[in-house]
Design a protein around this ligand. Structure first.
Ligand code: SAM
Length: 272
């Protein structure tokens, strides 16, 4: 039977490890919560002590286990058309400015299970008169391979889709048949412009060659401290076109963060 208590030293080591690896900070008052969630994971793995688990995630198997560890301390919560103002802005303010080149590059940088990048794809297709003539590409990335696998499959329970406009559902989803009748799958024609890959936002550089029109980084920076946020948004700046946009989550702000962007409106920033 494992020892259910986590020592202060072990807890500090966890805090430091998570911060180094994924930029997430959590404070001392989370100790009991984290210990109980971690305890469950230790039992699943048949590991007896927190120290042993720490050695395990730091070791070779660590990157995969990191996903499980992250799932214990952060959330993957998301939705189709979450914070819809960004998609209106994309359709009404950004797409018209790209009509002459008919090329769009967007990065959904904490894409979770795919609702955000697929919403971007739907907005692109529905936002122009002749989508077949446009060259759309959406990069969707997350640190968690578990959510990325779900995103790439593009299959969602009907309740996830229930609140969407029926026209959007008809245009962009296929309804399952038989024992899959409770599920919807994003149509291949919509999904084909979206590419998925694992990217840790803490990496020094990102595998992006073509300058971007928009970076979505929503509802993840809230876990990072100001210094980490600042480093991250400076990196985003490098990968954007001049005049490109950064969208952040509704409860996030760069007001107290050192950053190079012009402020446009709440949660919308622009490269000069
Ligand atoms: C709450 S979800 C946000 C989903 C979507 N952007 C939205 O706003 O609905 C946060 C996501 O950030 C991911 N994440 C956390 N730390 C990360 C990191 N260092 N690099 C990349 N993704 C990370 C998590 O795995 C999770 O899927």
């Amino acid at each position: 039977m494992m020892n259910a208590t986590i020592s202060d030293t072990e807890y500090t080591q966890f805090q430091e490890f998570i911060y180094e690896q994924v930029g997430i900070t959590f404070t001392g008052d989370k100790k009991i919560l984290i210990a109980s969630r971690l305890g469950k994971r230790l039992r699943e793995l048949g590991i007896d002590t927190y120290q042993e688990y720490l050695d395990y995630v730091r070791g070779e198997a660590g990157q995969e286990e990191l996903t499980n560890l992250l799932d214990l301390i952060s959330t993957n919560k998301t939705d189709f058309f979450r914070e819809p103002g960004h998609f209106d802005f994309l359709r009404d303010k950004i797409l018209p400015t790209l009509a002459d080149i008919q090329q769009v590059r967007i990065w959904s940088s904490a894409s979770s299970s795919g609702e955000e990048p697929y919403t971007i794809a739907m907005t692109l297709y529905d936002g122009v008169a002749n989508p077949k003539q446009w060259d759309f590409r959406v990069l969707a990335s997350d640190i968690s391979t578990r959510v990325l696998a779900k995103a790439a499959a593009g299959i969602y329970e009907d309740e996830r889709v229930a609140s969407l406009d029926p026209d959007i559902v008809r245009r962009h989803f296929l309804k399952g048949k038989g024992d899959r009748s409770n599920f919807y799958k994003v149509k291949p024609t919509t999904a084909e412009i979206v590419r998925f890959r694992r990217i840790n936002l803490m990496d020094d550089a990102f595998p992006i060659k073509t300058p971007l029109d928009v970076v979505f980084c929503r509802n993840v920076m809230i876990y990072f401290d100001r210094e980490t946020q600042s480093r991250l948004v400076h990196k985003f700046y490098r990968y954007l076109k001049p005049g490109g946009y950064l969208f952040i989550g509704h409860s996030e702000s760069l007001q107290w963060v050192d950053h190079p962007f012009d402020y446009v409106q709440p949660t919308v920033y622009r490269k000069q």
